[in-house]
Design a protein around this ligand. Structure first.
Ligand code: PEP
Ligand code: MG
Length: 905
């Protein structure tokens, strides 16, 4: 098996051994009716979700649950780290004995045997990811007992052959196909087409054949002793925790690999006994809409799998009422009790065996975004539940808001041709174009466009701007494509490395897609589908604003939420989403429009101071107009404007492209100059090169021009009755001296621009903290700063030494899968490394200047899990893409509530 994923091997086995030796003091196994000191529903860490709720239903609510016991996650962890724990066999045997006594039947009994199910149950539900064994306890003798007590030989042998195949496959590792062949042959010989038609004699013969299959594959007979069967099944469930499916699921769902799973052993009840039996799944409210009406699927004379597998058409709960009016009423009463007890919507699995109702499972049910919002609000008014507003805010997750804010694929189970990183949520459909120019031309013709590139750069912005969606073969979650797309709310899938672009077509997993073909992509899941998928509209329900207003009340005065926005329309959008200012205006985006790029290039190419000044003057005018729009949209709220940050070569064509042109069609005189400039500005590590404040040092006129444009814009706003609040931010500072120098230019430019003004605009000067050195020397840097904004994209890149544009598509999946990293640090802040630098930078900065304003403007500012850390570090605000603002408002409130809880512990 795949072993532990934390600590070195010797540490692991020592831990496991230590736990195994001390285990008698703390049991590894608990019966469902064990009286725990705490409500078992709060003990999911130990009992797993399923076990905790089975215990709650049994020992607290007294509901009709088939008896059983739970082997704890402690046991699974001990097994992972040190092998099968010494005391476990004995504990299991004791609990089996008790179960047998309770049921009045024995495992393996030849007359009236007990059968059990063995199911996994981790802390977080991982549907279908781990293994289950049903009908355990059947053997050559007990099958006869079942035939006898049920008076149904067919049923007995059908159960036995299913058990041998299931056990063979899951526990003994026999290839499932090996059971298919005899099965098909048996049907053929009996002249039937479905398994339901196979007679008892054929099923009995099949059991014999299956045992031969097992012996051939394993070299051993099929285990007949129930005790051996049980140990094998429990071990298989432990093992399945580290199966490939389960690992992939945990990576996707961000579940910790170290949690382990519990195992539930439970007396079997049969919904397929007769027509007085049945099985179903039920929700105490509608999980899709949130409507306060129980909802579910039911089948007469069937097993649980039949309901979920969709082999037969199920009936709804109203229909069940017709067959089983009394049991239906009992079930509705149980639903009410569950809701009142859990104070939430529950989902359940239940079985009726010969007229008696059993509850097999319950848990707080999964729900859609719309349902989550509706239930949260409804339950504050429900007299049985009496949810507080604080609790209601905690009931809504970031994904719920994401769902209602963005269109999605309406259908499930689509044929996915490629999968990449889910970089910017929402779904899009459009015709594929491979260059920004082609995309822009197609959009001009009125086509809906998806831009497909290996990766994007600032030069592609005009094509990205008109695209419904963006797909890149390379790049990570903070690559250019991802950041820009998120900023605009454009769906994007990046780093889809199965996409191989070749001129005007791409292939992905054997499918070729040509220019003009339609594809659909879902930036919430990272999926790409050929053809036009129907999308479900984004329509936030009425409860959206209610819940967010409650969240705002909670976080008011604690943690503000700003947006990263670079132009007027985005700023208006951000304010509508509830942003309380702009935390990052990346001025480089203002340099990229069709009308501006040539001017920027003129500035770069200028060979005399006069030529440079003339170009800067042109840029100043256009920047001023942009700033006016932004300041107007954010009137009365702070706007942090970052002076130019990226390396200048990003504004120049690529050297290789010009070289190719030179070798083929030849270059124009202007292009000859561009090539020379591109070559002279080219750097081996541009992200560590002449960018940020370093650019200001080598081209000081640049920052002065930007500040002038900004201050003139602010002055104009003041003259027009506006209240601009300007924060000027210097990027990539690493020393106090650097910031002092940059500050002096900025102050000079402010003084010049506001000379003679009576009412001067409010302005402060600060810096980004984007390098480990800046965080470490934050005390010195704070001497020159009015505020800090943590640029956690670069801080992550530089702390890990992971290139933010390169590592995510190739290396990161391998790192996550192998547990080398628990989270993608570009998505969720690395708590103990980068997070520690943020905490240190904040504390050291405030040590120098207690009123230093602190914020964060890296992508983590919109990540719910990271927001908790920023709040704890004492930051005043987080800043994120406009579309993430609602999520950040919710997460900020949840961070505040979380801290509140900690205070009362
Ligand atoms: C950062 O580094 O976190 C940041 C916000 O700056 P950029 O992403 O523009 O480098
Ligand atoms: Mg940065």
């Amino acid at each position: 098996m795949r072993r532990a994923r934390c600590g070195n091997p010797s540490e692991r086995s020592q831990r496991g051994a230590a736990r195994a030796l001390t285990s008698p003091a703390v049991p590894y196994v608990y019966a469902f009716d064990h009286k725990h000191r705490r409500p078992p529903m709060d003990m999911k860490d130990l009992l797993g979700g399923k076990g905790a709720n089975l215990a709650e239903m049994t020992s607290v609510l007294g509901l009709p649950v088939p008896p059983g016991f739970t082997i704890t996650t402690d046991a699974c962890r001990a097994y992972m780290y040190g092998g099968w724990p010494d005391s476990l066999d004995e504990e299991i045997a004791k609990h089996v004995f008790r179960l047998e006594k309770k049921m009045g039947r024995k495992l393996g009994d030849p007359f009236d045997p007990l059968l059990v199910s063995v199911r996994s149950g981790a802390k977080f539900s991982m549907p279908g990811m781990m293994d289950t064994v049903l009908n355990l306890g059947l053997n050559d003798l007990s099958v006869k007992g079942i035939a006898h007590v049920t008076d149904d030989e067919r049923f007995a042998y059908d159960s036995y052959r299913r058990f041998i195949a299931m056990y063979g496959r899951i526990v003994l590792g026999v290839d499932g196909a090996a059971f298919e062949e005899p099965f098909e042959k048996a049907k053929h010989n009996a002249g039937v087409s479905s398994d339901a038609e196979l007679p008892a004699s054929a099923l009995r013969a099949l059991c014999e054949e299956y045992k031969v299959v097992v012996r051939a594959a394993t070299g051993k007979p099929f285990p007949q002793k129930p005790r051996d069967q049980l140990r094998g099944a429990v071990e298989a469930v432990f093992r399945s925790w580290n199966g490939a499916r389960a690992i992939a699921y945990r990576v996707r769902e961000r579940i910790n690999h170290d949690l382990g799973t519990a195992v539930n052993v439970q007396a079997m009840v049969f919904g397929n006994r007769d027509d007085n039996s049945g099985t179903g799944v039920g929700f105490t409210r509608n999980a899709a809409t949130g409507e306060n009406k129980p909802y579910g699927d039911f089948l007469v004379n069937a097993q649980g799998e039949d309901v979920v597998a969709g082999i037969r058409n199920t009936d709804d709960l109203d229909h069940m009422k017709l067959h089983f009016p009394v049991i239906h009423q009992d079930l509705m009463d149980i639903f009410r009790r569950l809701e009142t007890h859990y104070r939430d919507m529950c989902d359940t699995e239940f079985t009726i065996e010969q007229g008696k109702l059993y509850m097999l499972q319950t848990r707080v049910g999964k729900r859609t975004g719309a349902a989550a919002l509706r239930m949260a609000v409804d339950m504050t008014k429900d007299k049985h539940i009496r949810l507080t507003r604080t609790e209601a805010v905690m009931r809504v997750a970031a994904e719920h808001l994401d769902q209602v804010l963005h269109p999605q694929f309406a259908a499930k189970n689509l044929k996915v041709i490629a999968k990449g990183l889910a970089a910017s949520p929402g779904a899009a459909v459009g015709k594929v174009y491979f260059t920004a120019d082609d995309a822009a031309d197609a959009a001009d013709r009125g086509e809906k466009v998806v831009l497909v590139r290996n990766e994007t750069s600032p030069e592609d912005v005009h094509g990205m701007m008109v695209s419904e969606g963006i797909l890149t073969a390379r790049g990570g979650l903070v690559s250019h494509a991802a950041v820009v797309a998120r900023g605009w709310g454009t769906p994007a899938v990046v780093g889809a490395d199965s996409v191989k672009i070749d001129g005007k077509q791409f292939t992905a997993n054997g499918v070729t897609v040509k220019e003009g073909d339609v594809i659909s992509l879902d930036g919430t899941t990272g999926e790409v589908v050929l053809g036009a998928v129907t999308l479900s509209a984004a329509e936030p329900p009425a409860e959206f604003n209610i819940v967010l207003a409650w969240a705002d009340q909670i976080r008011k005065g604690h943690l503000a939420v700003r947006a990263n926005a670079d132009n007027g329309p985005d700023s208006i959008n951000a304010r509508q989403f509830g942003a309380e200012g702009i935390g990052l205006c990346r001025t480089e985006h203002m340099f990229l429009g069709d009308d501006r790029l040539p001017v920027v290039r003129r500035m770069i190419l200028a060979d005399t101071p006069a030529a440079e000044e003339a170009a800067l003057e042109e840029l100043r005018k256009v920047q001023k107009a942009d700033f006016i729009e932004i300041l107007e949209a954010m009137d009365g709220l702070p706007v942090t404007v970052r002076l130019l940050d990226p390396p200048l070569h990003e504004f120049l064509p690529r050297v290789e492209e010009l070289e190719i042109k030179k070798a083929t069609t030849g270059l124009t005189p202007a292009e000859v100059k561009l090539l020379a400039a591109a070559e002279s500005w080219a750097e081996f590590n541009p992200m560590l090169g002449t960018r940020g404040v370093r650019l200001g040092v080598v081209k000081p006129g640049l920052y002065a021009m930007q500040v002038r444009a900004l201050m003139e814009a602010a002055a104009e706003r003041v003259a027009n009755g506006g209240k601009p609040i300007v924060e000027i931010m210097i990027p990539l500072t690493v020393t106090r001296e650097e910031l002092a120098l940059a500050r002096s230019w900025v102050e000079g430019a402010i003084a010049e621009a506001t000379k003679g003004m009576k009412k001067k605009p409010k302005v402060s000067i600060g810096t980004m903290i984007e390098t480990p050195r800046a965080a470490i020397r934050a005390d010195e840097i704070a001497e020159e700063a009015d505020f800090f904004s943590f640029g956690t994209n670069d801080l992550t890149q530089m702390t890990f030494g992971f290139s933010r544009d390169d590592v995510e598509s190739r290396m990161m999946p391998a790192y996550l899968e192998q547990g080398l990293l628990k989270r993608n640090p570009f998505e969720t802040i690395d708590q103990s490394g980068v997070g520690e630098l943020v905490r240190m930078g904040a504390a050291r900065g405030r040590h120098t200047k207690p009123d230093l304003k602190l914020g964060v403007c890296g992508e983590h500012g919109g990540d719910p899990e990271s927001i908790g850390l920023f709040y704890d570090a004492g930051l005043d605000y987080v800043s994120c893409s406009p579309f993430r603002v609602p999520i950040a408002r919710l997460a900020a409130a949840q961070a505040v509530i979380g801290a509140g809880h900690a205070d009362t512990k």
